[in-house]
Design a binder for this molecule. Structure first.
Ligand code: HEM
Length: 241
């Protein structure tokens, strides 16, 4: 006779426990939050530099030169810039890997009903795709304005980033491409900043309201500030003198 406390399901008949995924989801979210915050800081810093284009060619080029030789003579040549680039590339790899892994896990956990009454904001649902477009934009942008391999190629002068920029943006398709991607970047950034607070476990009501407002303001500032540059070039307000 079996005792009343005996396990009704024999051990051998129980389904095997699903092994915890590796890397754990919480670790991927923390990586997304930290690397994403680094990118937002970079985009704001880059925007401040980009807006120098309105002061004039000399000022803009001087700023670019200053960046290349940051922390000289403590770190010789462009050492700091290259170290910074290495950190950015490493962070980008981690950000993309974590983003794709979380996206795949999210789809799997929703099974065959990806849209089943799951109320999520449009920006949240499109994070994967806007992220992919931002990645393509960054590759295009570096090939064009840093390396001079694309549209700014004819007459590309590494010592004259101002002229390179004007040459590139004076082509209508490039200006339109920048316009569209800047809007998507703003979308990606706004939801990204908002996700940081969730991923790092911020629950305070006031804190969440502040982050919500900051996310919106940063996105609008980045979009308008950057968007104004291709528009100004197309309108002839910014030109090579
Ligand atoms: C209209 C908006 C923008 C303008 C006018 C602009 C302008 C420039 C210029 C002129 C350079 C080359 C600098 C040099 O050679 O010294 C550059 C590099 C770069 N930009 Fe932008 N940029 C814009 C938006 C963005 C955005 C939204 C991102 C990121 C999402 C971005 C990421 C980068 C990166 C990663 C580099 C390479 C930095 C390096 O390693 O030298 N840019 N940008």
């Amino acid at each position: 006779m079996s005792s009343p406390t005996a396990d009704p399901i024999p051990l051998a008949a129980r389904p095997a426990a699903t092994p915890a995924p590796f890397p754990p989801t919480w670790a991927l979210k923390v990586i997304m939050a930290l690397t994403g915050s680094l990118f937002v800081a970079f985009v704001l810093f880059h925007l401040a530099g980009n807006l120098k284009v309105y002061i004039g060619a000399e000022d803009f080029n001087h700023y670019a030169e200053w960046l290349r030789h940051l922390l000289n003579p403590l770190i010789p040549g462009s050492g700091f810039l290259w170290a910074f680039r290495a950190v950015m590339v490493g962070s980008l790899v981690l950000h993309v890997y974590s983003g794709i892994t979380l996206w795949v896990r999210g789809r799997r956990s929703r099974g065959n009903h990806p849209r089943k009454f799951i109320a999520r904001r449009l920006s949240s649902r499109t994070m994967f795709w806007t992220g992919l477009i931002v990645l393509c934009f960054i590759i295009f942008h570096i090939l064009d304005l840093t390396m001079g391999k694309l549209v700014a190629a004819d007459g590309f002068d590494p010592a004259d980033p101002y002229s390179n920029l004007i040459h590139s943006f004076s082509r209508a398709p490039v200006a339109v491409f920048y316009g569209l991607t800047m809007a998507l970047i703003a979308f990606h950034i706004s939801h990204g900043i908002w996700s940081v607070i969730n991923d790092l476990g911020g629950t305070g009501k006031r804190l969440r309201s502040v982050v919500f407002i900051v996310a919106g303001v940063v996105a609008v500032v980045v979009a308008i500030g950057n968007l104004s540059i291709p528009i100004a070039v197309q309108a002839g307000i910014l030109a090579v003198s």
